[in-house]
Design a protein around this ligand. Structure first.
Ligand code: NA7
Length: 531
């Protein structure tokens, strides 16, 4: 072994919330661990996504760790939905409080990992290597940016930004001609703020998106005090809610079609006024029944038409896909922005961006000239960061080959042929369809408990069986097929990345998933080979 190869019990890739908690948990279990992180500090997605308006769509009181009561009592959230700088401050606070940085190597990327002699040899873009018994991929679901292959992009003389890799120095758009490509959450959050600064803003929209107002505001101190007085119970109740999100998103347990039109309208109106993702909990069949779904979709379209003054622009901003099949956005003044004189909307759904020039970009016969272009074009979600590494399991099988037909794993946590490798919030687990912090804690607890159990029983490897894996993949797909989630092109399906296999990646249903994990353990790690 070279002098810069470190032996550890657990190698952890990524120092976002998953990697940070995994490190803390490993230490608590008496395991040695090292985290490799490509950024210069902790925070993961919140370290990279510094674009204007970046904000979480889960309420701040819940988008936080619950493993340590003193931590959750001492941290004071300022807003209902925390902005990126506040979440990053929180991540730094956690790192300081638990002295995490001494076991994290920053500014270093893992390039590969190979399983041999029951150990993982992890290689990086420096001379650092880790020789570990267990490998935990805490690489995040939205960490590999999707940069479309626009011809001539490098010839553009202005500045190109990607929302998911935003500079650390302040970026100002004052007096500039700016183009934004993409109207997912990142575009919808940043466009209103860029519009206020720029001389002109042109938004290139391929698919119109549903956005529900955040009604963000300073967090009411009385609300914060109340939740903190019963934090554990509050969290436990929200984990078990059948609405399955791991956050306080109450589900109205009635079908949209079972009530009168006026009752339905009132329900949507109340949800609209309260704001955010729970809008989709207005009725219990919005994700299941196309007719029910259309009532919610049309309600949002009617709101867009009320706000946007130019009927042609309003029409273009009205989404046509089922609501919720792409993640809905939570906005602050997005649709109002299109009433500004300096904002133009360009439809690129049928005539795409053809290429860039030194002065700007071309759509059809029109060249648009810009000083800066923002790519709000999203991520190679859930699998991108994993497949970017050269990971080889038993007998030299590569992850690229194992996942050639889409991600296959057991419980979203482990992959047949890749012993002792765990993916935190991997495809096939509830992950992005939940409050991520809750899912991260559940996975890290499972992984650490599993390692402790192996050690207690004198076992050294755990590996998903192919049968269990196949059954799990069928289960994940079967649940998705019962819903409307597969009816449009979303990043949940990998449909935003050209050439990516179309597979619905997250698992629906958090409480059922947790129950299944608990049963697997209770049944002696059913579906795994232990050696
Ligand atoms: P998203 O939601 O994947 O949005 C990306 C946007 O970029 C979306 O509107 C895409 O259109 C658009 N896009 C992607 N490629 C192109 C090309 N080639 N031309 C034009 N437009 C394009 O990513 P976000 O970063 O906004 O949000 C990701 C998640 O982060 C979000 O769901 C929250 O969970 C937080 P499309 O819809 O594919 O037609």
């Amino acid at each position: 072994m070279s002098s810069n190869t470190h032996d550890v019990d657990i190698a952890i890739v990524g120092a976002g919330f998953a990697g940070m908690y995994q490190l803390h948990k490993a230490r608590s279990a008496g395991l040695s661990a090292r985290v490799i992180e490509r950024g210069a500090d902790v925070g993961g997605t919140w370290y990279w996504n510094r674009y204007p308006g970046a904000r979480c769509d889960v309420p701040s009181l819940e988008y936080s760790f619950q493993f340590d009561d003193a931590l959750q009592q001492e941290w004071e959230w300022q807003e209902r939905y925390a902005p990126q700088p506040e979440i990053l401050s929180y991540a730094n606070h956690v790192a300081d409080r638990f002295d995490l940085r001494r076991d994290i190597t920053f500014d270093t990327s893992v390039v590969g990992a190979r399983f041999s002699d029951n150990r993982w040899l992890v290689t990086t873009d420096s001379d650092l290597k880790l020789n570990a018994q267990f490998l935990v991929m805490a690489t995040g679901c939205l960490s590999s940016t999707n940069v479309p292959d626009f011809p001539g992009l490098e010839s553009f003389a202005g500045t190109v930004y990607h929302t998911g890799k935003w500079p650390h120095d302040p970026v100002g758009f004052q007096d500039l001609r700016v183009g934004v490509i993409g109207t997912g959450s990142s575009g919808i959050q940043s466009i209103p703020i860029i519009a206020e600064q720029a001389a002109s803003l042109t938004v290139f929209q391929r698919t119109a998106n549903y956005a529900i107002p955040a009604h963000n505001a300073a967090l009411d101190p009385a609300r914060q005090a109340d939740v903190k007085s019963r934090y554990a119970d509050f969290r436990a109740a929200n984990r078990q809610m059948t609405s399955a999100f791991g956050a306080e998103f109450p589900q109205n347990d009635a079908s949209a079609m079972s009530v009168s039109e006026s009752e339905r309208f009132q329900q949507y109106e109340d949800a609209w006024m309260s704001g955010g993702l729970p809008f989709l909990r207005s009725f219990n069949d919005l994700a299941l029944d196309a007719e029910a779904n259309e009532t919610a979709a049309e309600f949002v379209r009617s709101k867009i038409r009320q706000v946007v003054k130019d009927p042609a622009v309003a029409d273009l901003l009205c989404p046509t896909q089922t609501i919720g099949c792409k993640r809905i956005c939570v906005d602050s003044g997005y649709f109002e922005t299109f009433n500004r004189e300096n904002v133009t909307l360009v439809d690129v759904s049928t005539e795409p961006v053809s290429h860039f020039t030194p002065d700007g970009l071309v759509v059809g016969d029109t060249e648009f000239e810009f000083d800066a272009v923002v790519l709000a074009t999203g991520f190679d979600a859930m699998t991108g960061s994993l497949l970017a590494m050269d990971i080889c399991g038993r007998d030299g099988i590569s992850l690229q080959d194992a996942w050639a037909e889409g991600p296959k794993n057991y419980l979203g946590l482990t992959i047949a042929g890749f012993p002792n490798l765990f993916t935190v919030t991997g495809p096939g687990s509830p992950s992005v369809l939940t409050n991520m912090l809750v899912s991260i804690e559940q996975h890290v607890d499972f992984i650490t408990d599993t390692i402790e159990s192996l050690r207690a029983n004198g076992q050294s490897t755990i590996e998903a069986t192919t049968n269990a894996q196949d059954a799990w993949v069928s289960h994940v797909n079967g649940l998705a097929d019962l819903t409307l989630f597969t009816t449009c092109n979303s990043w949940y399906l990998g449909a935003n990345v050209p050439g990516k296999k179309r597979v619905f990646m997250p698992l629906l249903g958090f409480p059922g998933y947790v129950k299944k994990c608990d049963e697997v353990v209770a049944n002696g790690y059913e579906g795994f080979d232990l050696a």
